[in-house]
Ligand binder design. Structure first.
Ligand code: PT1
Length: 281
């Protein structure tokens, strides 16, 4: 399986790691904007050395309880980092945003993938940016608005709901003229799902992978609260739990793993892929 971005074709025969690069005020040193840029570049270099194929750069936190930021503030945070990472490294840059203005400027600065957690529901103009520039596009499932996405009433059948959401996002993408080869899907772990439904989605991921077999599946379990709830561990102690979910997702055919801990995920993936190879023929 292949994934086309505006700058390259990513080989997904084996699963790859998308390293998380958060550029929010709390994620880096508060010693001014140059220090923050310096920290971001250092973090990017480390993740690339550890084997990340994609870096996902985001300036607006979407964890439960986080506040919206303006497009201007978001651009102030991410554009210098996108520009500098593109200048220094040969890595695929993804921009984690739901705002078309941010996406547009980030693509001009060197981003080649747009990661839209709303699956074209918050700002439909994202589709035009992706179509015009032939970028990669991640369509993630969630319900509700930015403000309500973490407090949605439960649905009866989460697999059916995610499948319905994927079909809705895919038809918006198709109408905008985005090619199939540009698109990756994402189940949206930790977004408008009950604790048990996150577990169910991961356990039954292969159903969705089979239903949407034309598209690579991205999974972002890293350090999320459903893992903390199983283990009764704080966010800083969720690595082993995260790796278990990475292994289970890759075993079922997930192709892109969005994680904070790149080396650990790369090694986990290598073992699972070595086992998967013994399944074939
Ligand atoms: C994700 C994702 C993302 N997650 C994609 N982009 C976040 N494509 C940001 C918790 O329950 O899964 N896929 N961008 C981070 N969001 C969350 C959500 C972080 C929930 C933490 C939780 O702890």
């Amino acid at each position: 399986m292949l994934w086309k971005t505006s700058r390259r074709t990513i080989n997904l025969e084996q699963a790859v790691v998308m390293g998380i690069l958060n550029v929010t005020p709390d994620s880096f040193s508060d010693g001014g904007k140059f220090l923050a840029l310096d920290d971001a570049i250092r973090q990017a270099e480390k993740m690339i050395e550890e084997g990340a194929v994609i870096l996902d750069i985001g300036g607006e936190s979407t964890r439960p309880g986080s506040q919206r930021v303006s497009a201007d503030e978001e651009m102030k945070r991410v554009l210098p980092v996108v520009e500098e990472v593109a200048r220094r490294f040969d890595v695929a840059i993804s921009i984690d945003t739901t705002k078309s203005e941010v996406a547009k400027r980030a693509v001009q600065a060197g981003a080649e993938i747009i990661n839209d957690i709303s699956g074209l529901r918050f700002d439909e103009k994202i589709a035009e940016i992706a179509a015009e520039n032939k970028t990669g596009l991640v369509l993630m499932h969630l319900r509700g608005s930015f403000e309500t996405m973490h407090s949605q009433p439960p649905v009866e059948d989460i697999l059916k709901e995610v499948s319905r959401g994927f079909r809705e996002s895919l038809s918006k993408a198709e109408r905008a003229g985005i090619e199939k080869e540009q698109i990756a899907l994402d189940i949206g772990l930790g977004f408008s799902k009950q604790y048990e439904q996150n577990l169910e989605l991961l356990a039954k991921l292969d159903y969705l992978i089979r239903e949407f077999a034309d598209f690579p599946m991205l999974v972002g379990p890293s350090r999320k609260s459903f893992i903390g709830k199983v283990l009764n561990k704080d966010v800083s102690e969720r690595l082993y739990g995260t790796l278990a979910t990475v292994a289970i997702a890759v075993w079922q055919g997930a192709k892109i793993l969005r994680v904070h801990d790149v080396q650990a995920a790369v090694e986990t993936i290598k073992i699972v892929e070595a086992l998967r190879e013994r399944l074939e023929d």
